[in-house]
Each structure stands twice: as C-alpha cells, then as structure tokens.
Design a protein around this ligand. Structure first.
Ligand SMILES: Cc1cc2nc3c(=O)[nH]c(=O)nc-3n(C[C@H](O)[C@H](O)[C@H](O)COP(=O)(O)OP(=O)(O)OC[C@H]3O[C@@H](n4cnc5c(N)ncnc54)[C@H](O)[C@@H]3O)c2cc1C
Length: 360
C-alpha cells in the first residue's frame, strides 16, 4: 500500500525537525524523511573530532528517540507536487511538503557526513577522524571562514604542540563578520600558535600543497579544506527544476511557499530565503513555517518571514572565541559561552522539546 501523509518533511536538519515537532505537537499528521537515522548538531562536530571525549556522542540523537511524528529513513530520489520517490523504490504521497534538505560541505565531509547514515557508524566516523588527526604532527587548514577558523582553534586547543597553519585567500579571516571580530579571531588563533597565512590559495600537488599566489609549497601530515557549502536539491532536477535558481537554491516567497506551487514550502540552507545560512536561523524558520501552516488551516494568514536578530559565535578553542551580537562584537565569556559551553547542543534539543543523550 502506498504511504500517505498530510505534511511530508524532507530532511531532518535544524529546520525540518523544528517544523516536524511543532506540527506534530499540534496534532498534524507529519512524516519526516531523512537518509540518516539521527539528528546531529553540526555546530559541535569540529570539537567532537578534535576532542571526542569532551562531548562524546551528545551532538547526535536517533530521530526515533525524540521525534513526535512518523520517521522514515530513506533518500529521496525525485519528487513532484504530489509525491516523493525514495531510493528503495517506495513512494509517499502528501498534501503538503516542506523541502528542508539543507546543504552539504563537500570539501570537509567530516562536518556533515556523506557516508555514515547510521547513528553508530557516525559515532565511529567521528572517532576515526580524531585518530587520523591525533597522529598528525603538522596540520594545514585551508579556508579562514567560520569553519576553518573554528577548526584551527579546536585543533590548537586540543593539541597545543601541533604545527598548525591556517591559510586564507583574502587578507582578513571571517570575511562575512565585522572587522573587530576578524581582528579578535586572528589574535586568539595567533595566541594559540596557529600560523595564519593570508592571500594564499593552496591546492594539493602530489605530496605537497602548493600556493598559486605565493609560489610557496607546504608539506603537512594532514590537511582540511574548509570552503563552501552546496545545497542538497539535486532530487528536484527531474520534475521540479523550475523551482531552482542558478545556485541550486529553492525559490520561495516571503511565506516560504515555493514559487509556483501552493502546497510546497522550503526553508533553511536549501532555500533562497535569506543570505544567512545558519542552523539556528533554519530552526526559527521551521517553527515559523509550522505556525503559518497551523494558521492557514484555520483560514488565517500569518506574517511574512523576516530574518530574526541573531548572533554569530565563533569559538577559537575551548576557552576563547568571538561573538558578533546584534549590538556589536564581543569576546566576553558570557556571550561566547552561549555557544562555547556545550556548542549549542542542549539549547537545540530544548527547542525541539527534548534533551541530548547522556554523556558516557
Ligand atoms: C562545521 C559547521 C559548523 C557550523 N556551525 C554553526 C553554528 O555555530 N551556528 C549555526 O547557526 N550554524 C552553523 N552551521 C551551519 C548549519 O549547520 C546549517 O546552516 C544548518 O545545518 C542548516 O540546517 P537545515 O535544516 O537547513 O539543513 P541541514 O542541517 O543540512 O539538514 C538537511 C537534512 O536533510 C537530509 N537530506 C538531504 N538530502 C536528502 C535526501 N535527498 N533525502 C533524504 N534526506 C535528505 C540530510 O541528511 C540532513 O539531515 C555550521 C555548519 C558547519 C558545516
């Protein structure tokens, strides 16, 4: 028999889980589909790899242990405005669908796994990545955005004796942040003896990394390239390619409605909703979209989405970091700790009406 649901949610990341929880708590029949069988707080992964004992498996939790609606593990291969097809050949019909398939990070697959779709396998993958890192004496981190800065800081904090180089293509770290945040991050990393090299573009050439800008070459035991996210929207190519823009993002109106389709919605990293791609924002969007759907069921129209005030907090190790708050940039522990303390894990599970697994 073909499966059916009122609301199908494609992807159980920050946005999808927020929408699923809010709708199912209000009695809507919701089915969440994800290729993984666990939710993961991405924010915590870099520290998890650098120092796995600090957070253990607490960033991850199996959907079946906290999701209120129906969960189906499977990868969506294609969809139209009535049904999705899964990789196992099954299909699910829906009245409405929320596309929250997020993004991947192809150059650094440890950040968002592209292979470990099972909870236990992912826990093992984190430890395996840690073992590789631990055995390296010299480390090159390519890319001085949030991910590269954070990873360099976490590695330096966990392994103060490693020889760590952070190479960035422009002349400031954290290009999207304010100048004070850029300066503070540089000071903090330098204090941890991370060698920061600006205006460098390193690529692998046999056993060495060569910079096309400076002609310099580096031989390192391990390198991590931390550049660029890609939206997970390929499954729309076959039947709904008209909803994608030239970056592969789903085109939506300010009510998160997919342009041209009354019963399709999109949010989070895969949608062209706003320029800021953050898990916290995706979760706000998920809750807001659930509210809009609940209101529309009562014949009411909710308000258009506006980017909420938000903080960008970039730890540079376990006891330092910069926080760009709506009021300005600070390195005060009170603000940095909003993420630093447990990398936002408790806070995210609280939003979903749950709590992290116990640290063992
Ligand atoms: C290392 C790192 C650190 C970060 N730190 C922060 C931070 O501190 N604060 C912050 O706010 N943001 C942070 N971000 C950004 C944040 O992780 C993303 O913005 C967030 O993951 C987007 O949430 P989402 O719900 O849109 O999608 P995602 O979290 O990407 O979730 C999408 C889900 O869809 C599933 N999926 C995809 N395609 C399919 C398919 N075809 N079939 C079935 N399932 C599918 C995936 O398995 C995944 O579970 C960080 C990102 C990285 C990489």
């Amino acid at each position: 028999m073909q499966k059916q649901t009122d609301v199908l949610i494609i992807g159980g990341g920050f946005g999808g889980v927020a929408a699923a929880q809010k709708l199912s708590k209000k009695g809507v029949s919701v089915t969440l589909v994800d290729r993984k069988n666990y939710f993961e707080v991405t924010f915590a992964v870099l520290r998890n790899v650098a120092a796995p004992k600090t957070l253990g498996n607490t960033p991850r939790k199996r959907y079946r242990d906290f999701i209120d609606g129906t969960f189906i593990q499977g990868s969506i291969k294609s969809m139209n405005d009535k049904e999705v097809k899964l990789d196992n050949g099954e299909s699910i019909r829906f009245k409405r669908a929320i596309i929250s398939s997020g993004s991947r990070y192809p150059t650094l697959s440890l950040a968002k796994s592209n292979a470990a779709f099972d909870y236990t396998e992912r826990n093992q993958e984190i430890v395996a990545n840690h073992t590789l890192l631990a055995s390296a004496k010299s480390v090159l981190v390519i890319g001085g955005g949030t991910v590269g800065v954070e990873f360099a800081g976490e590695i330096a904090s966990a392994f103060p004796d490693k020889d760590i180089t952070l190479a960035h293509s422009t002349d400031t770290l954290l290009d999207h942040m304010k100048p004070k945040a850029q300066r503070k991050a540089l000071e903090q990393l330098t204090a941890r003896k991370v060698k920061v090299k600006f205006n460098r573009r390193f690529t692998k050439d046999g056993n060495v990394y060569r910079c096309s800008k400076s002609n310099e070459s580096l031989q390192v035991d391990i390198a991590y390239t931390c550049v660029g996210m890609v939206p997970n929207t390929e499954f729309l190519n076959a039947e709904l390619s008209d909803v994608l823009d030239n970056k592969g993002l789903v085109k939506v109106d300010p009510f998160m409605n997919v342009v041209g389709y009354d019963n399709l919605y999109a949010l989070g990293d895969c949608a062209d909703l706003d320029n800021h791609k953050h898990g916290y924002i995706a979760s706000v969007q998920g809750t807001m979209l659930a509210d809009l759907l609940l209101k529309s069921a009562k014949g009411k129209k909710g308000s258009a989405y506006k980017t909420p005030p938000f903080a960008i907090i970039t730890p540079t190790g376990t006891d330092s970091g910069v926080a760009q708050m709506p009021f300005g940039v600070t390195t005060m522990k009170f603000f940095v700790n909003m993420k630093q303390k447990d990398m936002g894990i408790s806070n995210m599970y609280k939003i979903y009406g749950s709590e992290p697994n116990k640290l063992i």
